[in-house]
Design a protein around this ligand. Structure first.
Ligand code: SF4
Length: 238
C-alpha cells in the first residue's frame, strides 16, 4: 500500500508555512525513528529550490553521513557522471534521499550500509513530502528500490518498471524509477553489467530531462566528459 499523505510521524515535525531553510533546520533534530541514534547527523536534500527535476535516493552513505551532504561519496561520483552524460546540470536539480539518517552495521572497524526498512522509510516520509512541496518538481526520479517504494509503495517492482513514466502519481506530474548509483558500484567487477546499467541509468535520466528545461548558461561552461574508463578508475581509487 502506498504511503499515505499525512500519516508519516515526521510530518508532525515539519513547521507549517515554513521556508525551505526552516524545514531543513527542523529536520536536524528529528527523532521520528531510531536511525538518528547511530548516525552523525541528518543529511537533508540539496540543490535548486524550486527545481523542475528532483532525484530521490535511498539514504546517506558513510561519506554523506560524515560530510552532511547527499551523494558526495563513490555513488555520488557515479551519479555525477550519469547526470553529465544525460546533459543534466546537477546544480539545477534537487537531490535527496528517502531516509535522512545513515543506517549501518559494524563490520570490523567499518560502518557497512544497512537497508532501511519500510517503517523507517515511512517515518521519514514527512520530510520527503515537505521537500517535494517546496521543490515542486515536474519530474521525480526514484533512484533504486527504496526510493521507488517510498513513492509508489512497497509492492513496486523496480526491475519490471524501470524507465517507465508514471503520470498519475500524487507527487509529481511524471515519476520515473531507475537504478541507484550504488547498484552500479557493486557491478563494477563485471564490466559488461556495469556498462549496460550505466546506459540504462543515463537513458532514464535523459528521458526525465526530456520533460523539463534547464537554464542554458551552464552548458556553455561544461568541460568535455572524461572517458568512462577514466572515471571508473577514479571510482575504484575513491
Ligand atoms: S531517518 Fe528520518 S525519520 Fe528517522 S530520525 Fe532520521 S530524519 Fe527522522
Amino acid at each position: 500500500m502506498p504511503p499515505r499523505k499525512g500519516s508519516s510521524p515526521s510530518l508532525a515535525l515539519v513547521p507549517e508555512d515554513a521556508s525551505y531553510e526552516q524545514v531543513a533546520l527542523a529536520a536536524r533534530d528529528c527523532r521520528a525513528c531510531g536511525l538518528y541514534a547511530r548516525a552523525t547527523q541528518t543529511v537533508f536534500g540539496e540543490g535548486a529550490v524550486p527545481s523542475p527535476l528532483m532525484l530521490v535516493g535511498e539514504q546517506p552513505g558513510d561519506k554523506e553521513d560524515l560530510q552532511g551532504h547527499p551523494f558526495v561519496g563513490p555513488a555520488g561520483r557515479i551519479l555525477d557522471e550519469a547526470l553529465e552524460r544525460a546533459d543534466i546540470p546537477r546544480e539545477q536539480v534537487y537531490v535527496t534521499n528517502a531516509v535522512k539518517h545513515f543506517k549501518w552495521e559494524p563490520r570490523g572497524k567499518r560502518r557497512m550500509h544497512a537497508k532501511p526498512n519500510m517503517a523507517e522509510v515511512h517515518a521519514c516520509h514527512g520530510w520527503l513530502e515537505a521537500e517535494i512541496a517546496l521543490v515542486q518538481p515536474a519530474v521525480l526520479v526514484c533512484l533504486g528500490a527504496t526510493a521507488a517504494a517510498a513513492i509508489f509503495g512497497s509492492g513496486y517492482k523496480l526491475m519490471e518498471n524501470r524507465g517507465h513514466v508514471t503520470t498519475d502519481s500524487p507527487w509529481a506530474q511524471r515519476v520515473i524509477a531507475t537504478y541507484h548509483p550504488s547498484a552500479l558500484l557493486r557491478m563494477m567487477p563485471d564490466e559488461d553489467a556495469y556498462t549496460q546499467a550505466m546506459a540504462f541509468l543515463v537513458s532514464d535520466l535523459e528521458l526525465a530531462a526530456s520533460f523539463v528545461s534547464f537554464r542554458t548558461e551552464r552548458r556553455r561552461e561544461r568541460r568535455p566528459s572524461e572517458s568512462l574508463l577514466g572515471r571508473r578508475a577514479s571510482h575504484r581509487a575513491g
